[in-house]
Design a protein around this ligand. Structure first.
Ligand SMILES: Cc1cc2nc3c(=O)[nH]c(=O)nc-3n(C[C@H](O)[C@H](O)[C@H](O)COP(=O)(O)OP(=O)(O)OC[C@H]3O[C@@H](n4cnc5c(N)ncnc54)[C@H](O)[C@@H]3O)c2cc1C
Ligand SMILES: *[C@@H]1O[C@H](CO)[C@@H](O)[C@H](O)[C@H]1NC(C)=O
Length: 403
């Protein structure tokens, strides 16, 4: 095809400059491998205020060489509890003795991006489709402005509505009935909260919060998605107002936390997930095209693990690719050999599969329990969870290993 002969050619292209895309580019860079990140937005994007990072996520950040800097920005959480307002019952939320902190998303994204060589990220560059070149069998990306880019390896880190995931045979994501509002509140004179993660619930509404620094607190509210929410989600004032309405039975200091939050930190999002059985039956690559992060395993946020799992993907993918590329001698290295890349992707997929299947199964069950209207269904899910996930912090013990 004439178009494709004229296309720009690259070795490794990462689609999407979110947590996963940037972490993957950085993992490769640490191994001396160059990549290009295509990001559709104008600047670095960090929707969702803050992100909880658990021990497995910190292990990945340590491997990327950015953990020390990020640790300085947030306090460690020492414990947690759950309070039911209906019957005033209090229950411990196990945190373990590992490291849990809540980071500003902008800090995480900027720290990852700052360690990348200049010109690694190309902004305002949206990928609209991907095809395989019939001659070379390498992927060709079609960009928003009609031009093409040919790559030897494409890594789709383009989030929950991934264009790349469809091309490797993953089914589309599904929706939970629950939605989440997230925000940040700054207390000028310091807040009174202990370094704990607390969840308070009344009926189907849950409020969770966690301090980030002496002054800054991250909170979220989960509730049922309603038909007005699409319109509400576009306007911060409406998000705040509707959240205050859902929370009217909550204590005054909690109401104050919401009424005094940073308006521009507010986000209302529906919750999408990829079915665990969909992950079980997929190879996660087609030729030299693969996926990572939410594009691969979008999951409900109930374990606060989506971001950390994306960081793990980056480490494992970086390691698998680097091992193969070290086998090739320095001369050949400049042109990646297709077979080697495919072998690396196979190893990556094999290593990640059961980890993400278990994470998505656990989040799937929690999500379905929140969605369930029938007590019977809830009960059955609780039993299944108790059998399969008897260690509540088992998911945080995972170690993705060295880069
Ligand atoms: C309510 C909620 C709370 C959460 N809380 C936590 C938490 O506490 N801890 C945790 O670990 N995880 C949490 N998560 C999950 C976490 O946010 C995600 O797993 C993580 O952001 C995934 O990163 P990503 O880079 O894969 O995708 P994204 O962050 O979605 O990034 C995708 C990037 O790709 C770009 N892009 C998309 N399509 C294209 C295209 N066609 N061309 C070019 N660029 C494109 C987008 O602009 C974006 O920058 C939460 C999620 C939700 C919804
Ligand atoms: C399309 O966009 C890419 C990068 O975003 C740029 O390199 C290319 O020159 C553009 N093509 C046209 C035809 O404008």
């Amino acid at each position: 095809m004439e178009m494709q002969e004229l296309a720009e050619q690259r070795d490794i292209v990462i689609v999407g400059g979110g947590i996963c895309g940037l972490a993957t580019a950085l993992a490769l860079h640490r191994k001396g491998i160059k990549s290009l990140v295509l990001e559709r937005s104008k600047t670095l994007r960090s929707t969702g205020a803050a992100i909880i990072v658990q021990p497995n996520g910190w292990r990945a950040l340590d491997q990327l060489g950015v953990a020390t800097r990020l640790r300085r920005t947030a306090i460690t959480i020492q414990g947690g509890h759950y309070i039911s307002l209906a019957d005033s019952k209090k229950k411990e939320i196990p945190i373990g003795n590992g490291e849990v902190r809540c980071l500003k998303r902008t800090h995480l994204i900027e720290t990852l991006a700052n360690d990348l060589p200049v010109d690694t990220i190309r902004y305002e560059c949206q990928v609209v489709s991907i095809k395989l070149d019939p001659l070379t069998c390498y992927p060709v990306l079609q960009l928003h402005n009609g031009s093409y880019l040919q790559a030897k390896l494409v890594i789709g880190c383009d989030g929950v509505n991934s264009v790349i995931a469809n091309s490797i045979g993953l089914n589309s994501v599904k929706l939970f009935c629950t939605c989440v509002v997230r925000g940040l509140t700054n207390y000028q004179n310091g807040h009174k909260f202990k370094p704990e993660f607390v969840v308070m619930s009344k009926g189907r509404v849950q409020l969770g919060w966690m301090p980030m620094t002496d002054k800054l607190v991250y909170w979220f509210v989960t509730r049922q998605w309603t038909s007005q929410d699409l319109a509400v989600s576009k306007n911060s004032m409406l998000i705040r107002q509707s959240t205050m309405e859902t929370m009217k039975d909550f204590p005054d200091d909690m109401m104050e936390m919401i009424s005094t939050c940073y308006l521009n930190s507010l986000h209302l999002t529906d919750l999408k997930y990829r079915a665990p059985w969909d992950l079980l039956g997929n190879n996660f690559h087609e030729g030299t095209v693969t996926v990572a992060g939410d594009a691969m395993h979008a999951m409900g946020p109930f374990l606060a693990q989506g971001g950390s799992a994306s960081l793990e993907d980056a480490i494992v993918l970086g390691r698998c690719l680097a091992q193969k590329m070290n086998i090739m001698n320095q001369r050949e290295r400049s042109s990646i050999v297709k077979m080697m890349v495919e072998e690396a992707l196979e190893e990556y997929a094999k290593e990640r599969k059961m980890r993400i299947v278990w994470l998505s199964l656990e989040t799937y069950l929690i999500g379905k329990m929140l969605d369930a209207k029938s007590v019977m269904v809830k009960f059955v899910i609780i039993i299944v969870m108790a059998v399969l996930f008897s260690d509540p912090i088992g998911n945080t013990r995972y170690d993705c290993g060295r880069l």
